[in-house]
Design a protein around this ligand. Structure first.
Ligand code: CP3
Length: 352
């Protein structure tokens, strides 16, 4: 019925498909020479992600090199922050920096609700151009950071090892943290709706640092806000598939399956067969090859793809890594990953 839709979208919608679609988290970035060359010419991350010509060009780099089944907007989970009144920068080899971390109720009260049309028109422009360029050869993916992970950055002020500042807030002033999480949930839902009406066909929410929470605290500080974002988005766009990724999610997999998302993105510390057994049949899976495999031989990469795809057989499955591709990964191994993913039927035939 929908032969003209891209494979990844058909798979995410639950249609039975000829093979699992394949893309990679962080598929545009430092492991690619064309990206590093462009970065030399445009050293500011904010410029690369907020100038629509650059963001478009970078988003297309992996598509031109490998033709993955999904093309993800080149941006960052922090990109909406300035539109809410929080300035940030991404500093080479240090990561994200928030100039004035959010620590008080007065600061939360002063945040502005995100109006993506006016504060980040470049995102809508890039998504529209991507859709036009890739047509039905690939699905265009949008993404956001989930409220807990965004809060972790703005409260800590930077990447953190032990999350001591946000955990002090969680366990000393929970109402303050809840007001921040609620602000983000509303704004992030608006932002996802804007991405979808601008051309994103599938959207992924990254709650990268929710794996730092005990399950009982995940139920308080992460899951309700993931669910709120998903509910608000589904109310406007019921047919757009949603994916949820958490790094270190093995302790909360069942809970992820109850947030209303269509697909749970597994990291590589969970065996794909176990992951499938722990999620209801109507929830799909994405993943979950260890990004470290791409430092291995072509044979090792192929055999792990085969193992992963066979274990997910019978499920809605999008082949991906278990987290972003690592800087320093040989580009030819990314090529092997995509080629093997796209010819997995042949791998299955020759392995039996
Ligand atoms: O997947 C893609 O290709 C889309 C691009 C994308 C980026 N960031 C570009 C980027 C996506 C989906 C993200 C999401 C993101 N950003 C997450 C969630 C995914 C995850 O990894 O868990 C998180 C936690 C962030 C915050 C962030 N931004 C970090 C931790 C860093 C790395 C800092 C460093 O120096 O290693 C960034 C910067 C960033 N965002 C880079 C890229 C390609 C690297 C900086 C650069 O290329 O100059």
């Amino acid at each position: 019925m929908s032969d003209s839709l891209p494979l990844l979208l058909r798979a995410a919608l639950g249609e039975s498909v000829e093979r699992p679609p394949v893309w990679m988290m962080r598929q545009a970035g430092r492991y690619m020479e064309v990206y590093r060359n462009l970065r030399d010419r445009h050293p500011s991350f904010r410029e690369r992600s907020e100038n629509p010509d650059l963001s478009y060009e970078i988003s297309m780099q992996p598509f031109k090199a490998f033709e993955p089944d999904g093309v993800i907007l080149f941006s960052d989970i922090l990109t909406p922050l300035p539109g809410m009144g929080i300035d940030f920068d991404i500093v080479e080899s240090k990561g994200p920096l928030i100039q004035e971390p959010i620590r008080t109720q007065a600061q939360v009260n002063a945040l502005t609700p995100l109006n993506p049309e006016s504060s980040m028109p470049f995102v809508g422009e890039v998504l529209g151009r991507l859709r036009e360029s890739v047509g039905n050869k690939a699905a265009v993916l949008g993404f956001v950071g989930a409220p807990w992970t965004l809060a972790a950055y703005v409260v800590e002020g930077k990447s953190s090892k032990n999350y001591a500042v946000i955990k002090s807030m969680a366990f000393q002033e929970p109402n303050l943290l809840h007001s921040l999480l609620d602000h983000f949930a509303q704004s992030i839902a608006n932002y996802l709706c804007y991405q979808i009406s601008s051309g994103a066909q599938v959207v992924q929410m990254f709650d990268s640092w929710a794996g730092q929470l005990s399950p009982i605290d995940y139920d308080t500080f992460a899951a309700p806000y993931q669910k709120k974002v998903i509910d608000l988005v589904k109310a406007k766009h019921p047919n757009t598939p949603t994916i949820l990724y958490i790094s270190g999610s093995a302790g909360v997999l069942e809970r992820m399956g109850q947030t209303g998302v269509d697909i749970v993105s597994l990291d590589w510390t969970v065996d794909m067969a176990d992951g499938c057994n722990r999620l209801p049949l109507n929830v799909g899976v994405q993943g979950n090859v260890d990004p470290g495999l791409l430092f291995g031989t072509a044979e090792a990469i192929r055999s792990r793809i085969l193992d992963t795809v066979l274990k997910a057989k019978g499920r809605k499955h999008i082949l991906n890594l278990g987290h972003g591709i690592l800087p320093g990964t040989p580009e030819k191994n990314a090529q092997v990953f995509f080629e093997a993913g796209k010819s997995v039927d042949e791998l299955i035939r020759t392995s039996t």
